[in-house]
Design a binder for this molecule. Structure first.
Ligand SMILES: Nc1ncnc2c1ncn2[C@@H]1O[C@H](COP(=O)(O)OP(=O)(O)OP(=O)(O)O)[C@@H](O)[C@H]1O
Length: 327
């Protein structure tokens, strides 16, 4: 299986039709000009509140959702271009999604062995049963589900939430995932076991697996991901090296997210009233202005009418904010 070293998303736009009659359909814009790069052995965190377009972006990369515009380049090859599309099965094996609720993706009537062995058989029809069993055991051991033979005999309901998420990761690895798009993989787990899953994914980075880590929690993004992109209503508002984005945040929305992170010994600052009151807006293809304007404590007149351009703050730190233009 050829190795993918980079998945680059360029200027992705995703619109969904909503309501309306047959001929006058309205659209909402879920992703606007999203550009990002996933690299083998690294994690990119996508951080933002509900509805910011994080999952839709991941679904476009995994080819579940067809983008309205933009390019997805896998090692330079545009997989959306006519005639250039890789086989769905091959791509799906290499680029896999895992979800918030691992129970939802496991079938309660089948053992863990079945869940790992079935995709292995599907993707490697030439493997003997003995080899499949060896791989099931090796994979369960690799994700920390030891003793693996005992775990393999169990049913999903006999495992804890953390163990089930490990099974979901094992299943992705078993079929040869090179990139894992992890959509809030720890948010439903007990706080005490979240770190174990993040550490497991961190180990897998060292084996060359690339991650897109979708989260509401900028604190775990900083812990796990080399790079972080903050999204707000379909727009990337700030991105770059995680340390730079989280230690020297520029965008008022990033600062709001960081301010909401509890820190021992620090009293939470009072948030500006605008940041608390405004509704999260719905964006349409013809929406203008900065998506965060209505909530922004530093909103200026230009923010209402003009989408801010991208400003480079440092070597690997970018922001879309009018305030950055007049620094
Ligand atoms: N198939 C669809 N049809 C119409 N609207 C959709 C569709 N899929 C997603 N949306 C809308 O797109 C917006 C972004 O959704 P998305 O799930 O990508 O956000 P998110 O940042 O991942 O949020 P969450 O953390 O809640 O999953 C939401 O307003 C959602 O309702």
């Amino acid at each position: 299986m050829t190795q993918i070293s980079e998945i680059r998303v360029e200027n992705l736009m995703i619109d969904f039709p909503v309501g309306g009659g047959l001929f006058r359909r309205d659209h909402i814009r879920t992703a606007h000009d999203v550009s990002l790069t996933l690299r083998a052995g690294e994690a990119l965190a996508i951080v933002g509140e509900s509805g910011s377009g994080k999952s839709t972006t991941a679904r476009a990369i995994s080819r579940i959702v067809k983008p309205t515009a933009g390019r997805i380049l896998v090692d330079g090859h545009d997989i959306l271009a006519p005639g250039r599309q890789p086989s769905r099965r091959d791509y799906a094996a290499k680029v896999q999604m895992i979800f918030q609720d691992p129970f939802g993706s496991l079938n309660p009537v089948h053992t863990i062995r079945h869940h790992i062995a079935r995709p292995l058989r599907l993707h490697h029809p030439d493997l003997s049963s003995a080899r499949i069993e060896d791989q099931v055991i090796a994979t369960l051991t690799r994700v920390g589900l030891s003793p693996a033979a005992q775990t393999a005999d169990k049913y999903p309901h006999e495992l804890s939430g953390g163990q089930r998420q490990r099974v979901a990761i094992a299943r992705a690895v078993a079929v040869g995932a090179q990139f894992i798009l992890a959509d809030e993989p720890i948010s439903m787990l007990d706080v005490s076991i979240r770190l174990g899953i993040l550490n497991l994914m961190d180990d897998m980075k060292r084996d060359g697996i690339g991650f897109m880590y979708i989260t509401h929690d900028i604190a775990t993004a900083r812990y796990f991901a080399e790079r972080t992109a903050v999204m707000y209503v379909g727009h990337m508002v700030e991105w770059g090296e995680s340390d730079s984005v989280t230690q020297t945040p520029f965008h008022p929305y990033t600062r709001l997210l960081l301010d909401a992170v509890p820190q021992p010994g620090r009293r939470r600052q009072a948030q500006p009233p605008q940041a608390r009151r405004a509704e999260i807006p719905v964006r349409r293809p013809d929406s203008r202005g900065c998506p965060f304007a209505a909530r922004c404590p530093q909103m200026r007149e230009i923010c209402r009418g003009t989408l801010p351009p991208v400003t480079q703050l440092k070597d690997d730190h970018y922001v879309r904010c009018h305030l950055a233009e007049t620094r």
